[in-house]
Design a protein around this ligand. Sequence first.
Ligand SMILES: NC(=O)c1ccc[n+]([C@@H]2O[C@H](COP(=O)([O-])OP(=O)(O)OC[C@H]3O[C@@H](n4cnc5c(N)ncnc54)[C@H](O)[C@@H]3O)[C@@H](O)[C@H]2O)c1
Length: 314
Amino acid sequence: MKGLNDLKNKKYIFTSKSINRIYNEKFSNPYVLEDGEIIKNFDNVKRIYSYLIENNVNRKDTIYGVGGGTVTDLIGFIGTTFKRGIKFEFYPTTLLAQVDAAIGGKNAIDYEGIKNIIGTFNIPDNVIIDPLTVISQKDENYREGIIEAFKVAIIDGNISLFLDNIEKLKKRNLGTIIDIIKYSVRVKLNIVSKDPFDDNLRRLLNLGHTLGHAFESFTGTSHGLSVGWGIKKEIELFGKNIDLKSKKLIIEFLENIIPEEILNKDVDMDKLKKYIVQDKKINSNNKIDIPIIEKIGKVDLKSFDSKDVVSLFT
Ligand SMILES: NC(=O)c1ccc[n+]([C@@H]2O[C@H](COP(=O)([O-])OP(=O)(O)OC[C@H]3O[C@@H](n4cnc5c(N)ncnc54)[C@H](O)[C@@H]3O)[C@@H](O)[C@H]2O)c1
C-alpha cells in the first residue's frame, strides 16, 4: 500500500511547517514552507526555481508536493512551468486536498490579492492519498473537506453515503473516510475528464461558490465552510423547485457539519452584495453562471444577470 512512507528516500520534497513537524521522520530532504494561503505567491515561486536550478533539477527528476491544497497548488504551478514542465507528484495531507485540490490538474498562485489568478492546467504524474494523514488535521479544516466532498455527492447523487455515516465521519472513522475519498475522487475525475479546461460541466463544481466566495471575502470564514454556507443560502434563494425532502436532507447535513457560530454569523446583506458583483466569474455582459440544484444528482448551470442575483437579497 502506498502512503507517506514512500517518501523516505526521495529528494525534492516540498512541504509546510506543520506537516514537517508532524511527519518529519518520513522526509529525507524537505524544503519547508510556511503554512496556509500565504505560500501561494511569486516570492516562493522564485525561491523554489532558484533552489531547483542550484540542485540541477532536470526534466527526469520529480518534485513532490506534500501538504494541503496550498502546497499542491504551488508545487503544481512550479512543476508545470520550470523548464517547461518537470515531473511532479502530490501527497495531499488534508481531506480537502485529497478530495479536491490535488485532483483535476488545476495549479495556481495568488496575485494582487486575487486567489488563483495565475495558474496552469496540468495533471501531476502521480497522486498518492494516505488517508491516515487526515487524523491530525484541525477540526475546522477537516470539516471543509467533508463539505467539498458532499458538494460532489449532491452533483452526482449519492448523498446517503454521507447522511448514513455522519457520526462516523465526524469521529474520523478511517473506513468511512476512505469510502468518501474514493467516491469523491472518482466523481471529480469523471467530471474533469469530460471538461478538463472548465468550459462547461466542470463549472458545476462551483456549486455554493457564488454566495460562498462573497461570504468568505466578507467574513474571513474558511473557504470550505463558506462553500457550505453558500450551498445552504443558494438553496434558500434559488431552490424553489427542489422537493422539500431533498432540501431538508441537504440543509440538515450542512447544519450538522458547519459550526453554529458560522451559520448564525450576522451578515450585512448590502455589504455582501458588493462582493457578489466583484465575482471573477461575472463575464463582460454582466452575466454569471450559477450551478443550481434541480434535485439531488441533478445540478444545472443557469445564467443570471448579476443585478438579478443582487436583487434577490432585497
Ligand atoms: N487546484 C484545485 O482544484 C483546488 C481546489 C480546491 C481548493 N484549492 C486550494 O486549496 C487550498 C486550501 O487547501 P487546504 O484546505 O488543504 O488548506 P492548507 O493547505 O492551507 O492546509 C490547511 C492547514 O492545515 C495544515 N495541514 C495540512 N495537512 C495537515 C495534517 N495532515 N495535519 C495537520 N495539519 C495539516 C497546513 O499546514 C495548513 O496550516 C486553497 O489555496 C485553495 O485555493 C485548489
